[in-house]
Design a protein around this ligand. Structure first.
Ligand code: NAP
Length: 258
């Protein structure tokens, strides 16, 4: 399917690896020029070079921490953007009793206030031109809490509330905002979580992986490519009537009717 977004320009945050990278690759395949970001310059440059070579689109790589004002200013300087994909690393796991105010502020900054600041920066331009697409990478944790991820549950639910109202305020100007909610995907973060289980329980990596895969009706982890394809569709011309939705990509792991 032609997504009909060839020649558009996208900012894809936190995209040297994992789900962000999957989104960047799928958008590039659809002919979208990219501004990519991550903190580590080396991996970012390598990913950007691979995408340039494969898709022939224009790719600008901007190294920096997207959760800081300076990091955001550095990427926004390469606008204007037709498409925004927000993403950042997730907060660490722990117990409800572990976290201080500082820990909450950090999680809110990364997973709620950063995507909100980015939307506030790009929405006026999108609305003025009468077309725009925003996709926020959030988490299954907004639909069904992951008990050890209280910081993520809290911050991402706050972002979800903001999007719910804002998406309806900008839809009339041809701008859509939606959230993609990843369940377990085969990325570095998933491997890190499996390594934690492996160490804590004294089991092998294969056993940890098989145990988690068995909790997913699809019987496997999702891939960054599948995730990216869903993101690119939400950014496409065809998705103009999908507004303010929270789309779960979890292989059926969340046992809900809706
Ligand atoms: P990942 O494989 O660890 O990749 C994270 C990417 O984001 C890397 O490119 C990393 O590069 C970049 N990054 C992290 N923090 C950043 C920051 N502050 N500023 C700029 N770039 C940053 O992670 P992932 O699995 O793709 O996860 C992406 C998001 O989805 C996370 O918020 C995660 O919590 C959420 N999620 C993932 C899963 C899953 O199963 N994978 C499930 C639910 C939710 P640098 O380290 O070089 O900055």
């Amino acid at each position: 399917m032609d997504l009909r977004i060839r020649g558009k320009r996208a900012l894809v945050c936190a995209s040297s690896k994992g789900l962000g990278r999957g989104c960047a690759e799928a958008l590039a395949e659809a002919g979208v020029d990219l501004v990519m970001n991550a903190r580590g310059a080396e991996a970012l440059e390598a990913t950007a070079a691979g995408i340039r070579a494969k898709s022939g689109v224009d790719v600008v790589a901007v190294a920096g921490d997207i959760t800081t004002e300076a990091g955001r200013a550095a990427v926004l300087a390469h606008g204007p953007f037709d498409i925004l994909v927000t993403n950042a690393g997730g907060p660490p796991p722990g117990m409800w009793s572990d976290w201080s105010r500082e820990d909450f502020i950090k999680a809110l900054d990364a997973n709620m206030l950063t995507p909100i600041a980015l939307m506030q920066a790009v929405l006026p331009g999108m609305m003025a031109q009468g077309w725009g697409r925003v996709v926020n990478i959030t988490s299954v944790s907004v639909k069904a809490p992951v008990s050890v991820l209280g910081l993520s549950n809290s911050a991402r639910t706050g972002l979800t509330g903001f999007v719910a109202g804002t998406a309806r305020q900008v839809a009339g100007k041809g701008v859509t905002i939606n959230n993609l909610l990843p369940g377990i995907h085969a990325t570095d973060r998933a491997v890190a979580l499996d390594q934690g289980v492996m160490k804590a329980r004294g089991i092998s990596m294969e056993e940890a992986f098989a145990e988690r895969a068995a909790t997913i009706p699809a019987g496997r982890y999702g891939t960054p490519e599948e995730f990216g394809a869903a993101c690119a569709f939400l950014c496409s011309q065809h998705a103009g009537f999908i507004v303010g939705q929270n789309i779960l990509l979890d292989g059926g792991a969340t046992n809900t009717t809706f």
